[in-house]
Ligand binder design. Structure first.
Ligand code: C5P
Length: 415
């Protein structure tokens, strides 16, 4: 199924990116960004302002991008000396990272004193302009900069960051350029088809933790990586995503609203009121089937006699089945996961019918826990479809495409 192997050469394979550097200490991060982008499969043409060349040399950027850098509109390599035209036709995006306060001011005013500003102005309207500001926190907070940023946003630029933190000048505040891997991920997201635009997607992820006493509990080996990848892929596809997560050590995907819970009961309490306002519910969480019947108020102590405690269990609510049984008007389109250790397909088919959901995603549970890769089989009323082995994020994007193709055409829910 070649359509699911689009990421084979990296998530930016076939993309041509013009990477512009304006002057600023963050130029050192642009070196790493050039590397990240080429590693992700993009071809990268670097363009630097005169000020940028004082912070990092074109030689470094050439070595990392594999292409000679442009710094002047009078460059003799450009056909007809029209570098601003030649460099932007055929580009998939122009990314200015770092963008200084002065450079953003030039963009806001439509000035074109140097090649980089000139090509931003001359780029075809369909080529996205992505701007990653980097400057001292006072410069960022200045009303003039804020005015200029609002103006370039209104003109269609995507402004990414800045982040807050320690600054090269020794001050602490907002103005740091986003990290190269964050910018790479944003670009990958930019190029994803917006298959879930105007849709709302609710995802559960991770294990649950069922307390025995204040310090002990029962959990499982789910890392949450598959669910977080689904949340990220849905957000990349333009959906408004709510992620209800059990205890995991994972960063929240950008743009995703996250609600943290511990137990299955808490997960159900978080999910139920949200379900009716969502179009899709993807239950990836490895919810504990049972919980201790009673939670001891104090830590259970050894009494020295050698006696061992006995735990009694009660069954947890089935979150997916509960949502799937909501009245039709309140019911999102439900997707379940089935992690099995054996007879994966047979169990998945039975589970689909038992839970009453249109789609079950089966995988081989024990071998995928904690890993970054997986292989999935989609089981629906029509039969089975395999999403071959790959990175979880690649599989999640393919799954999102499969969900989008199966969704009823009704307009999205919620505000
Ligand atoms: O029954 P089983 O745990 O194998 O079903 C797996 C699917 O059901 C997953 O989608 C899981 O998130 C969901 N589930 C649930 N609540 C439970 C148990 C499972 O939502 N208590």
């Amino acid at each position: 199924m070649s359509e699911h192997c689009a990421d084979e050469g990296g998530p930016l394979a076939g993309r041509h990116i013009v990477l512009g550097l304006a002057g600023g200490v963050a130029c050192y991060k642009a070196a790493e960004l050039a590397r990240e982008l080429t590693r992700a499969g993009a071809s990268v043409q670097v363009v630097m302002t005169e000020a940028a060349c004082r912070f990092i040399t074109p030689v470094t950027m050439q070595a990392l991008s594999g292409r000679a850098v442009f710094t002047s509109q009078w460059d003799e390599r450009a056909p007809d000396r029209m570098a601003h035209i030649g460099l932007t036709r055929g580009a998939d995006a122009v990314v200015v990272a770092p963008a200084s306060a002065d450079f953003i001011a030039q963009l806001a005013q439509g000035r074109a004193a140097e090649l980089l500003a000139l090509l931003c102005l001359a780029r075809p309207a369909q080529v996205p302009l992505v701007v990653a500001p980097a400057m001292n926190r006072e410069m960022w907070a200045h009303p003039a900069t804020q005015r200029n940023v609002a103006q370039i946003r209104a003109d269609g630029a995507a402004v990414l960051g800045p982040a807050a933190g320690a600054q090269a000048c020794g001050e602490v505040g907002e103005g740091r350029m986003l990290e190269p891997d964050e910018l790479r991920d944003e670009l990958v997201a930019l190029f994803q088809p917006k298959l879930l635009a105007a849709r709302r997607v609710l995802v559960t992820a991770g294990p649950t933790f069922e307390a025995i006493d204040p310090v002990r509990g029962i959990t499982n080996r789910s890392s949450g990586k598959m669910g977080f990848a689904v949340a990220r892929a849905a957000a990349e596809a333009g959906a408004a995503v709510t992620l209800v997560a059990g205890p995991v050590a994972l960063a929240t995907p950008r743009g995703v609203t996250r609600i943290d819970v511990d137990s299955a009961e808490q997960m159900l309490a978080a999910v139920l009121p949200l379900a009716p306002s969502h179009d899709v519910f993807v239950a990836t969480a490895a919810v504990a089937d049972w919980r201790p019947a009673a939670r001891a108020e104090e830590k259970i102590k050894k009494d020295g006699s050698g006696a061992t405690p006995t735990l009694a269990f009660v069954e947890n609510p089935d979150i997916l089945a509960t949502v799937a049984r909501l009245p039709e008007a309140e019911r999102p389109w439900c997707v379940g996961f089935a992690a099995e250790s054996h007879d994966v397909l047979r169990h998945a088919r039975a589970k689909r019918l038992r839970k009453g959901v249109p789609l079950i995603v089966a995988n081989h549970g024990p071998s995928t826990f904690g890993r970054d890769d997986n292989a999935l089989v989609l089981v629906d009323a029509e039969g089975e479809r395999e999403l071959p082995h790959g990175a979880k994020i690649t599989l999640a994007r393919a799954l999102v495409a499969e969900i989008a193709a199966r969704l009823p055409r009704a307009a999205g829910r919620g505000p």
